[in-house]
Design a protein around this ligand. Structure first.
Ligand SMILES: CC(C)(COP(=O)(O)OP(=O)(O)OC[C@H]1O[C@@H](n2cnc3c(N)ncnc32)[C@H](O)[C@@H]1OP(=O)(O)O)[C@@H](O)C(=O)NCCC(=O)NCCS
Length: 133
């Protein structure tokens, strides 16, 4: 954030696009660990009658990675989503090279599709998981 990079937005990040991703969604979870910021959002992935399917995103500051915080954030989404009326969580475009894929697959997400040129000519994977208790 400090350097104008963003997730899931491409840099340069501005306040309006930051807010759209990290302030406006119905559920935003943020924690600060020794000055390092981590967060997750949960929001409808579609309008109307498909709004029961959530979309989620996760961000752990580089210095705080590799200590299980990301896994905690993902597990929290699985726990929280039904209370918000969602029955599934879907990830739309996960870079084929993103190490987060292994985390999602271990936590029960099914690969339901692939977009051949998803982001910058890199294939991207679509994941879906039921979260109804
Ligand atoms: C994805 C992200 C949230 C993971 O956060 P984290 O706190 O490092 O995750 P954890 O420490 O809980 O690790 C989760 C799992 O992924 C693995 N993992 C994490 N980073 C990894 C890496 N760089 N290479 C390989 N494996 C990795 C861990 O081994 C762990 O597996 P385990 O739970 O079976 O032990 C973090 O890397 C991030 O913010 N990335 C940039 C934004 C992003 O890509 N978000 C997801 C987009 S779909």
């Amino acid at each position: 954030m400090a350097t104008g990079q963003g997730f899931p937005d491409a840099p340069p990040l501005d306040d309006v696009r930051f807010a759209a991703s990290w302030v406006d969604p119905p559920v935003v979870v943020v924690a600060v660990d020794g000055g390092e910021v981590v967060g997750a959002y949960l929001k409808p992935n579609f309008p109307g009658r498909a709004a029961h399917i959530a979309n989620a995103g996760y961000m752990v500051a580089e210095a705080a990675r590799g200590r299980g915080v990301g896994r905690e954030l993902v597990e929290h989404s699985i726990f929280r989503a039904p209370a918000e009326g969602f029955d599934a969580i879907m990830f739309n475009l996960v870079f084929e090279s993103n190490p987060a894929r292994a985390l999602y697959e271990r936590l029960g997400w099914r690969r339901i599709g692939e977009v051949p040129r998803g982001v910058d000519d890199e294939p991207a994977i679509i994941y879906w998981r039921d979260v109804w208790p």
